[in-house]
Design a protein around this ligand. Structure first.
Ligand SMILES: Cc1cc2nc3c(=O)[nH]c(=O)nc-3n(C[C@H](O)[C@H](O)[C@H](O)COP(=O)(O)OP(=O)(O)OC[C@H]3O[C@@H](n4cnc5c(N)ncnc54)[C@H](O)[C@@H]3O)c2cc1C
Length: 326
């Protein structure tokens, strides 16, 4: 059995958890058809819709953990519940999204069970023993890990798997669980949450096309053609930290380790060197078309396609060509 903690957001299932289910399914198939069971914490607005969606992503049964202790986030209590469910289901693997909470709760679980955990896994390369590859340094490097004890605990890096529905979906069976919680597991719990006002960063994280600009833009007035190209391609603008630090563009447009992680179909970084901290935020882009005067810039050597040239000539030329074709 593979136990997958599926996170909820805004009453629905989180995208990164659906990606985690794709990872779990692949593991289940490689293991000869191991069953997948999902765990949800707290309230779910529409049980039927959730059980249909989970069934469509390969889950046979859902355990919804309910009770006063689970209405708000408490890492130790949630780990205790997962520990109980792991034991009662005899699961050999427990997985969760490589989110802040996923990593925190599974680390608690690993400590409680005294078993290994691999965080931010992107692929698995062996089952006996488990061998996985995981992202480190914000996605700028990868490590291969061997886990010599079971159950194995994994969190799955965002955007490393694609959520795909099964061909013959059936709604997952729904079971409620009310685990006992020790007072010690509730010593740290969330008592209030404030949501930041929307600022455009969400658009950047989900955009299919991002046109990026860095110091090569030359100043706050150097982004006209970049913004125009983004608009023509139905995308959005993303920038390097130099650009936000200099106040040329707002922080919510920053891509990178201390900005947004993006995974567009197409990323066009213009005048961006591709420093490791920037790469950490754009490495999941499916295609990268870099524009830079320096052919040796790291971004140019890593890109799918590279144009050696001045962005102030190349980007307007692309814009003109796109306009002419339309
Ligand atoms: C803790 C920490 C966190 C960080 N987090 C981030 C982060 O989240 N995101 C981020 O981006 N950076 C981050 N940085 C900064 C990072 O290290 C780099 O300094 C930054 O990414 C460089 O930005 P840049 O590529 O725009 O500038 P530069 O490195 O100065 O590169 C400019 C590039 O533009 C090219 N160029 C110049 N003129 C033109 C032109 N006319 N046409 C075409 N190309 C031209 C140059 O050849 C060069 O490659 C972080 C740094 C630290 C220490």
């Amino acid at each position: 059995m593979i136990l997958v903690w599926v996170e909820t957001e805004a009453g629905g299932l989180s995208e990164i958890s659906l990606e985690t289910l794709a990872f779990a399914r692949s593991l289940a198939e490689a293991g000869g058809g191991i069953a997948i069971r999902a765990v949800l914490f707290g309230e779910v607005e529409d049980h039927e819709a959730a059980s249909r969606e989970l069934g469509a992503h390969g889950v046979g049964e859902v355990r919804q953990v309910v009770g006063e202790a689970f209405t708000s986030y408490a890492a130790a209590a949630w780990a205790a519940a997962l520990q109980e469910l792991r034991a009662s289901t005899g699961s050999v693997v427990v997985t969760a999204a490589g989110s802040q909470r996923g990593n925190e709760v599974l680390a608690h679980l690993a400590a409680r069970l005294d078993v290994p955990m691999a965080a931010n896994v992107v692929s698995f390369d062996g089952l006996a023993p488990f061998v996985v590859t995981r992202q480190v340094v914000g996605g700028a490097a990868f490590e291969e890990m061997r886990l010599d004890r079971r159950p194995a605990l994994f969190t799955v890096a965002g955007h490393s798997w694609t959520a795909v529905e099964v061909s013959d979906p059936a709604p997952a069976t729904w079971v409620e669980e009310r685990p006992e919680v020790a007072p010690a597991d509730l010593l740290a719990r969330v008592v209030a949450t404030r949501t930041k006002a929307a600022d455009g960063a969400d658009d950047l994280k989900t955009a299919k096309v991002v046109v990026g600009a860095g110091r090569g833009a030359g100043g706050p007035d150097g982004f006209g053609a970049v913004a125009e190209l983004a608009e023509l391609l139905g995308g959005t603008v993303g920038v390097s930290r130099v650009v936000t630090s200099l106040g040329w563009r707002p922080h919510h447009e920053q891509v990178g380790q201390t900005g947004s992680r993006i995974a567009p179909d197409l990323y066009i970084p213009c005048g961006i060197s591709g420093a490791i901290q920037h790469w950490a935020g754009c490495a999941s882009s499916k295609t990268i078309l870099a524009i830079n005067t320096d052919p040796e810039a790291p971004m140019m050597t890593k890109a799918t396609y590279a144009v050696i040239g001045d962005m102030h000539e190349v980007v307007p030329a692309i814009v003109d060509e796109l306009r002419a074709r339309r």
